[in-house]
Ligand binder design. Structure first.
Ligand SMILES: NC(=O)c1ccc[n+]([C@@H]2O[C@H](COP(=O)([O-])OP(=O)(O)OC[C@H]3O[C@@H](n4cnc5c(N)ncnc54)[C@H](O)[C@@H]3O)[C@@H](O)[C@H]2O)c1
Length: 351
């Protein structure tokens, strides 16, 4: 149903290579998007829309040449606008994406893509019927550390992966319209989807409801795979410290990815299961390690910049973005099922 277009698709031939991009939403994340848009040579013109006039005044002060407006409909009916970045609250993504696609604009939309899979499917069909690109900002798919982990898995260096344990906790910020699974676990699910080709068979989620904020603000999510792989995601807005850690255990190597760590974000632990004699076993009980620890080097390019560049390059060539709508829809599907499990006391849900 959702054909992947390639650069050989005729309608993409001779497309322009600089773009007028409209940004909808200049809040916490929109600020980062604008900073990158301003730096990219492919972006010839920028317009910014926010319903909050004070935020637009800030834009105007910093970048007087940028056009600003409080009404996204007026902005998107401008035929000069080629592409749209949507960084508004999650519950508005569907409406804004749909309007943008109906105006024949390519769309870069924040995660989570939509609030349910029906909405995602409708947007995908609309984009496909009009030859438009949708890229969903699952930013970690553009993170070089995540690509390095994938390289370790795909080249067989980790051996069969037995578990992945993700911790993504911090204090706030409470999103106004989604719970912590949709806000934080969406990152880990996108990473798992990218790293592991196998699809999980079951999902389970449990969490704690915060009365003051009327949202589930801490949750544990489990994905079960027929190969035996077990994935756990711990996400919270109620943690006194910020932790961004993924621990992956393979038969040959274990990997820790600590995104807070400034330089040594990845550590790879040798863990070949060679037969150990009594003496080695006793030594291991003292050392708690079996082999060397490697700290691989990788690019430090800002992932958000790479995500926007990939989007604009796909607009130009017709190629499919790394973070395309089909993979984003899969994340929405898992979140939907996790939400069901959450509401049913952690019921195991088949996928
Ligand atoms: N990819 C990432 O790593 C990442 C990080 C943070 C947030 N996000 C995502 O970005 C989105 C926004 O989150 P945020 O934390 O920046 O929220 P925010 O509340 O700080 O900003 C949202 C902005 O959108 C504006 N807005 C709301 N409705 C609008 C409309 N109809 N038209 C124009 N402007 C409108 C608000 O006035 C506000 O300025 C969410 O989907 C969130 O999940 C992604």
């Amino acid at each position: 149903l959702y054909l992947k277009k390639t650069s050989s698709t005729p309608e993409y031939a001779g497309r322009k290579n600089t773009f007028h991009v409209a940004l909808l939403g200049y809040g916490y994340w929109g600020i980062n998007i604008l900073r990158n848009l301003v730096e990219l040579p492919q972006v010839s013109q920028i317009s910014v829309c926010d319903i909050n006039i004070q935020r637009l005044n800030t834009v105007k002060k910093m970048f007087p040449e940028i056009f600003v407006d409080t009404n996204y409909r007026d902005m998107l009916t401008d035929p000069d606008v080629d592409a749209v970045c949507i960084a508004t609250p999650s519950s508005s993504h569907f409406e804004l994406c749909k309007f943008a696609l109906l105006q024949n604009k390519h769309v870069f939309v924040e995660k989570p893509f939509t609030s349910n899979t029906q909405e995602a499917a409708e947007l995908m069909e609309l984009a496909q019927s009009r030859g438009l690109i949708i890229s969903v900002d699952h930013t970690f798919l553009y993170n070089a550390a995540v690509h390095k982990i994938k390289e370790y898995i795909d080249t067989g260096q980790t051996g069969k992966v037995a578990y992945i344990d993700c911790t993504r906790v911090n204090l706030g910020i409470y999103q106004p319209d989604v719970n912590v699974l949709w806000d934080l676990a969406s990152h880990d699910l996108s990473i798992i989807h990218f790293l592991i080709e196998e699809h999980p068979t079951h999902i389970r989620a449990i969490g704690k409801f915060n009365l003051e904020h009327q949202r589930v603000d801490m949750a544990y999510l489990f994905l079960y795979f027929s190969s035996g792989l077990l994935v756990q995601v711990n996400c919270s807005w109620a943690s006194p410290v910020k932790i961004r850690q993924i621990m992956l255990g393979g038969r040959e190597k274990m990997i820790i990815y600590d995104d807070i760590e400034p330089t040594h974000k990845l550590r790879v632990y040798d863990y070949s299961r060679q037969p150990v004699d009594e003496e080695q076993r006793n030594k291991m009980l003292v050392d708690y390690r079996l082999g060397d620890i490697t700290i691989p080097k990788f690019s430090t390019q800002e992932p958000l910049k790479a995500a926007i560049e990939d989007f604009l390059s796909c607009v130009q060539t017709g190629n499919t973005p790394i973070s395309d709508s089909a993979s984003a829809r899969q994340i929405v599907y898992w979140l939907e099922k996790a939400e069901f499990s959450l509401k049913n006391n952690g019921e195991l849900v088949a996928l």
